[in-house]
Design a protein. Structure first.
Length: 151
């Protein structure tokens, strides 16, 4: 269930607020293959199942940028602002990939609001999203995302 903020003032007051966790999402080979097709990144460690079995992880792994791209799926599951007319994802201030995501692994997002500032027509949030690996000791990806909520 997303954390709901009623208006711009509520967003501006959200610094330090933990937004909770999303549901788990299993990473299937089909998603990895479709990402490879969309981006042209067909490195064997991602798409050649047999060769990847002999590689350093014993199985194919998700692209780091696939893992990062799922942040845009996780954010609406974590934060909701019904009064906003539009949300724009402006990018990331910082991104780190800490550990691979093997095919078949379940991941989820968790987040907290780091910064909030008024901008013309709305509020800009910096949200730290951690992509957790089920039973992992560290996150696969940590991204400080920049989003604008326009009212």
């Amino acid at each position: 269930m997303p954390r709901e903020f009623s208006n711009a003032d509520a967003l501006l007051a959200a610094v330090g607020v933990a937004l909770g966790e999303t549901d788990w999402l299993e990473i299937h080979q089909d998603r990895i293959d479709r990402f490879a097709e969309a981006t042209g990144d067909r490195q064997w460690i991602h798409v050649d199942v047999e060769r990847a079995k002999q590689g350093p992880f014993g199985t194919p792994i998700a692209h780091g940028y696939l893992t990062l791209s799922l942040v845009t799926q996780f954010l609406p599951e974590l934060v909701r602002v019904p009064s906003a007319k539009m949300t724009i994802h402006c990018g990331c201030k910082r991104v780190r990939f800490s550990t691979p995501v093997p095919v078949g692994t379940r991941i989820r997002g968790s987040a907290e609001v780091l910064e909030a500032e008024p901008v013309p027509g709305g509020v800009q949030l910096v949200t730290r999203v951690s992509v957790e690996v089920e039973n992992g000791s560290k996150p696969a990806c940590v991204a400080d995302t920049v989003s604008r909520f326009l009212f």
